[in-house]
Design a protein around this ligand. Sequence first.
Ligand SMILES: *[C@@H]1O[C@H](CO)[C@@H](O)[C@H](O)[C@H]1NC(C)=O
Length: 218
Amino acid sequence: MRLERCFFLLLNLAVSSAVSLPTVNLNAKGVIMRAFDQFRVKSCIDFKPRDSEDFYLNIQKLNGCFSYIGQRIANGQNLSIGARCDTLGIVEHEILHALGFFHEQSRYDRDDYVQIVSANILPVNIHFFIISTFSPYDYMSVMHYRKNAFTNGNGLTIITIDPKFQDVIGQRLEMSPYDAKELNLLYSCSECLQTVEQYGENVEIIKICMFTFVLVQR
Ligand SMILES: *[C@@H]1O[C@H](CO)[C@@H](O)[C@H](O)[C@H]1NC(C)=O
């Protein structure tokens, strides 16, 4: 099921830092560098300045925070870190799109985990909620929207089936342990060991590269 995402596999991904990064501001540039570090330590994905690659990311300050999903455009694929997009979680979110990730609430099994309140969504944004991918659900994903994303003002647009995750969805601190795990699966980061061990009903220990995550569900 996860292999669905391999359609977007990026090989020899390069980042045009020389061409494009100067068009983002100094703070954004620092945050983007920190995001690259996170990919470096949590997966086998690395970024380098563009040399002569045909396919590379052109990271710019355009209008908003957005990216294509996967490798799509030759000669500089735009990825925008616009105003108020220069936080680590948002930059990781956009880079994960470029690496092939869809939004978490677009997964095939999402109706088992969240209720999408169509009546409260601005009609032009309904396409953000279309089901399009295959993989297990992760409320903590940096790719998940928040509870009132694209609301028309009448209330929540995403209600979690399990209420304890209502305020968890939409976090933009960092990619979650499972985001990192999926990235490693998708890009076959075999030199970087990942294991998930279950201890009893409520505790999971996830080891990804040099990191150990202990998930305790209450
Ligand atoms: C990329 O962004 C630039 C603006 O800097 C724009 O002129 C260009 O059309 C964009 N390319 C694509 C393929 O959207």
